[in-house]
Design a protein around this ligand. Structure first.
Ligand code: MG
Length: 377
């Protein structure tokens, strides 16, 4: 089926403040209107007509690849008719008429409209009213209204092209939307389920909600894992996750050999795809000989911030028969939290033996593995 979309974006409304019509206001780096164009294209509507105010035809931020038309009058219907006229030559079978102040017409909703158009001349998305409805006067409730059968109308409103052209041509004017024009012409319009995210940006708080919707979609998360082993040598204490524990052996390593902190640091570098501790602090470089491990961990966290992320949580597992970790778990979480500048609740430290199997079971050394999850800050 040959389909086209018309986005009506000629309004001058700037209730949102800033003096800029809402369809041209910036939302996450592009105009609200450009989000609408992207969403319709993502739903398979590649042919998009933009009906603009004549003053806007030379704007630099007009979404590319659209058919541009200037509106011919002050009414919404004037804009729609200009858009319909622009499609005359290609005569699409169906047309989806959308409001440029609605940036998120979802693909599933468009598909519901598409299905409905197989059965009738028109269809429009709407959401049933679920809140109670009141009338109010002077800040007081002056009456209540029944909400049964009431819907909140959305766009795009979708029609057989020839049918809506004829409806508009014969309409005397004054309609609030194309569904009214179509109904006045005797067309039956099906209601399909709308979408709560398909909001119309009208007030400043709508804009904040639009940004939240986008943020939820663009969830940017990165995970990494780290693994490390250090052998035991002679000594009387070990450093594990930033805590000094008395022990009858020490861990061998070019720094303080904090195997837990090393695994965690590598997990963070791994999440960033920035190598490992050795990449940033080459063991061949004498200046890092004996360096305390918190230097590495702090550096990894600096890289997290520099890349625009923050730590969501991390989980460290120490593998050894001895020393016993349990009594020190909280101190380790607190030590790591202080180094990393995060809340202790974001850090887990736990331990396991390997049932006396392998090198950890024979108490030749300690192994550790860690996982870190980063989210866009
Ligand atoms: Mg190590």
């Amino acid at each position: 089926m040959r389909e086209a979309a018309i986005i009506v974006a000629a309004g001058r409304g700037s209730r949102m403040g800033g003096g800029i019509p809402k369809q041209w206001r910036d939302l996450a780096g592009q105009p609200v209107l450009a989000h609408a164009v992207d969403a319709l294209r993502a739903a398979g509507l590649s042919r998009v007509v933009l009906v603009l105010h004549p003053e806007d035809l030379t704007r630099a931020d007009i979404p590319p690849g659209c058919i541009l038309v200037a509106t011919t009058g002050p009414e919404r219907a004037d804009s729609v008719q200009a858009g319909l006229a622009a499609l005359k030559g290609e005569a699409p079978e169906t047309v989806y008429i959308h409001d440029g102040a609605r940036p998120f017409p979802g693909a599933a909703m468009i598909d519901r409209l598409r299905q409905a158009l197989l059965r009738g001349p028109g269809a429009a998305p709407a959401l049933a009213v679920t809140d109670s409805l009141w009338r109010g006067r002077d800040g007081e409730v002056s009456g209540t209204e029944r909400r049964d059968g009431l819907f909140r109308a959305q766009t795009p409103q979708a029609f057989r092209y020839e049918a809506i052209c004829a409806a508009h041509a014969g309409h005397p004017g004054g309609a609030t939307d194309d569904v009214q024009v179509a109904r006045d012409a005797g067309l039956t319009i099906a209601i399909v389920d709308g979408d709560e995210d398909n909001l119309k940006l009208t007030w400043p708080e709508d804009f904040a909600r639009a940004r939240r919707i986008l943020k939820g979609r663009d969830m940017d998360i990165r995970m990494g894992n780290g693994f490390d082993v250090h052998a035991f040598t002679e000594g009387d204490h070990v450093w594990l996750c930033g805590v000094r524990l008395p022990h009858d052996k020490a861990l061998l390593g070019h720094s303080d050999a904090d195997v837990g902190m090393h695994a965690l640091t590598d997990a963070i570098y791994g999440a960033l795809a920035e190598g490992d501790i050795g990449t940033h602090f080459p063991p061949s470089d004498p200046q890092w000989k004996g360096a305390e491990s918190h230097i590495f961990l702090r550096h990894a966290m600096e890289r997290v911030a520099a890349r625009g992320y923050k730590l969501a949580n991390c989980d460290v597992t120490l593998m050894c028969e001895r020393p016993k970790i349990g009594p020190h778990q909280l101190a380790m979480r607190q030590a790591l939290a202080a180094i990393m500048g995060v809340d202790v609740a974001q850090i887990s430290v736990k331990a396991t033996t390997t049932e006396k199997l392998g090198f950890t079971g024979r108490e030749e050394g300690i192994a550790s593995q860690a996982t870190a999850l980063l989210v866009r800050a």
